[in-house]
Design a protein around this ligand. Structure first.
Ligand code: N01
Length: 541
């Protein structure tokens, strides 16, 4: 079906599908590919005018992926990975979006995608064992299987600040950036937020702005990307060894580098320092895996903290600014580690001022700018790099109603109960790609997407072979999975920060550690065991 045929079909009420997928990012596109492989009639519903998901909407200056380009890509088709040429160690957003579009062209995905279509609700009908999906075009579609591939970081969080409406300048949220870009030349700009996003865009905005004020509430740890063009030799090596690299990534998250297998205290102080320095010079998030106890042992973590504090103090010339940039009250890695290009050095520029919101909180936005408890800042533009309603935000934006009228929003009022991060008890034939309870954000997410989709598609194949019409997680299996996710997290230092991992950035959100941090290898093993045991923990009918 092409788009026009589909609309015609729809008019004649032929809107029944085997599967409806929401989202045409990396998750939705791969789900479409695999479901087509089962011979299913699939429709993907996407709010944006084109594919790409997060890489479509996020276009702020300086945006790159913090997983290396040759890893942050699909592994399912060797022809694809052999043909595509990444140019830099860490790909820019335009390059990743080009890749997503290339994949859509190559596999002719667009003919099964309805763009500019937002899903409003999805309701399970027990009598027919089908989902009814309603869109903002007032279409009603039905499908046996309903799959949310809406991403973990796709619902922007703009803090409710007093006076936002009165601000006379322009304001932007990083994840909904104007397509043509923003010209900050000669402007007084305020950036609120110093997470991965702020840390990437601040050095770029500083190059253009007349003056840049960085409003920091919590300092973050960031390691240099040490980005650069990929050499022909490296590209050749990767292409010749893709099978091994991908196999390692399926077990440990990333395949190019091996993780340290020693405790930080299994080596001398000099050697510890040497290894941290080598990781810093190598660049990227590998810094978190120099030693195997960095995220578990507070002392090992402190050794990494001290190393980064030393770097900040050596780069930033003004000691008071350097001190304000040093995170001191949570373990490194407990908020997702950031990866930057020239972040700390940006604070040496004459036209950049760091404002410590812990000492002087924002009171309100005014017509002319922003007022803290310590004074007024006149601004022409404000950038909110204030993050996302992570992991559950996009799932709960759709009114999903399962058996007995149960709303997902109500079921999750105390936290996102789920089984394997892929399914939810009370919601038959409903699947989440990279849902809460899965490794998703704690992994190379494209590899996780492939694993979740592969597991789901194997499950649907099994159902067809065995003659089942519906599958649903049992309440007991779900409770023990949530307990396991918590136990694994509590065995680390990760729950100790007020991060989006625990929903702390959204007022009123229940504090629950959402991602599975037991490792992608362990997660894969658990998923495979469930499948090998005829989907133990699930009811099939
Ligand atoms: O969002 P964040 P992000 N007043 O939530 C501050 C992925 N990502 O968009 O920490 C003042 O991390 C908030 O302060 P605090 C990646 O997984 C990846 O930066 O709450 N400040 C914090 O500093 C990442 O982790 C890439 O005290 C307020 C910031 O805003 C995730 O997305 C690039 C505030 C938000 O940081 C999210 O990153 C970009 C308020 N009312 C993103 N509210 C790459 O691949 C919030 N803040 C490289």
């Amino acid at each position: 079906l092409c788009e026009a045929d589909y609309r015609k079909d729809n008019e004649s009420q032929a809107c029944e599908f085997d599967a409806i997928v929401v989202g045409a990012g990396f998750g939705g596109m791969y789900a479409l590919h695999k479901l087509r492989g089962l011979g299913m009639r699939v429709r993907v519903l996407e709010a944006a005018p084109d594919v790409g998901g997060t890489w479509y909407w996020n276009r702020y200056p300086g945006l790159r992926c913090d997983a290396e380009s040759v890893e942050y890509s699909y592994s399912f088709d060797d022809g694809l990975q052999q043909d595509w040429e990444w140019t830099e160690k860490f790909a820019t957003q335009p390059e990743i979006l080009r890749y997503a579009k290339h994949v859509a062209d190559r596999f002719d995905f667009r003919r099964d995608i309805n763009f500019e279509t937002r899903v409003k609700s999805a309701t399970y009908d027990e009598a027919t064992k089908r989902w009814c999906i309603v869109t903002d075009r007032d279409e009603e579609l039905t499908a046996r299987f309903f799959i949310m591939a809406t991403g973990c970081l796709s619902v922007a969080s703009v803090p409710k600040m007093k006076g936002l409406d009165s601000f006379k300048g322009r304001w932007y949220h990083s994840s909904n950036w104007p397509e043509g870009g923003v010209n900050f030349k000669g402007l007084r700009v305020g950036v609120i937020g110093t997470g991965s996003t702020g840390i990437q865009l601040i050095p770029e905005v500083a190059k253009d702005a007349a003056h840049l004020y960085v409003f920091q509430r919590t300092p973050n740890f960031t390691v240099p990307a040490q980005n650069g063009p990929l050499s022909p030799d490296f590209k050749k090596y990767v292409k010749e060894n893709y099978a091994d690299i991908r196999a390692r990534a399926r077990q440990q998250g990333l395949g190019l580098h091996t993780h340290g297998d020693q405790s930080a205290f299994g080596v001398s102080a000099e050697e510890r320092q040497r290894r941290f320095e080598a990781a810093w010079q190598q660049g990227g998030p590998q810094f978190m895996f120099v030693f195997n106890d960095q995220l578990k042992n507070p002392e090992a973590n402190k050794a990494a903290v001290d190393f980064v504090h030393g770097k900040i103090r050596s780069i930033v010339k003004d000691p008071a600014t350097a001190d304000t940039l040093c995170p001191k009250d949570y373990p490194i890695g407990a908020k997702r580690i950031c990866v930057d290009t020239n972040y700390y050095a940006t604070f040496n520029r004459e036209n950049v001022t760091l404002v410590d919101l812990r000492k002087s909180p924002i009171e309100e936005l005014t017509e002319a700018g922003l007022k803290t408890s310590n004074g007024d800042y006149e601004l022409d533009a404000i950038v909110f790099a204030t993050g996302f309603d992570a992991m559950t935000g996009a799932l709960l934006k759709v009114n999903i109603i399962g058996r007995n009228g149960l709303k997902l929003a109500d079921k999750w009022s105390a936290g996102p109960q789920n089984l394997l991060g892929i399914t939810v008890s009370g919601f038959p034939n409903f699947f989440m790609i990279t849902g809460p309870g899965s490794p998703s954000v704690f992994s190379n997410v494209v590899m996780s997407i492939e694993q979740h989709v592969d597991w789901m598609v194997d499950c649907l194949k099994y159902m067809r072979e065995q003659g089942f019409a519906a599958i649903e997680a049992s309440a007991e299996a779900e409770s023990s999975w949530v307990q396991h996710v918590n136990d694994v997290a509590n065995n680390t230092l990760l729950p100790q920060a007020n991060s989006w991992y625990v929903g702390a950035n959204i007022p009123g959100k229940p504090r629950v550690f959402m991602p599975y941090v037991g490792g992608v290898g362990q997660f894969r093993k658990k998923c495979d065991e469930v499948a090998e045991n005829d989907y133990s923990g699930f009811a099939l009918e």
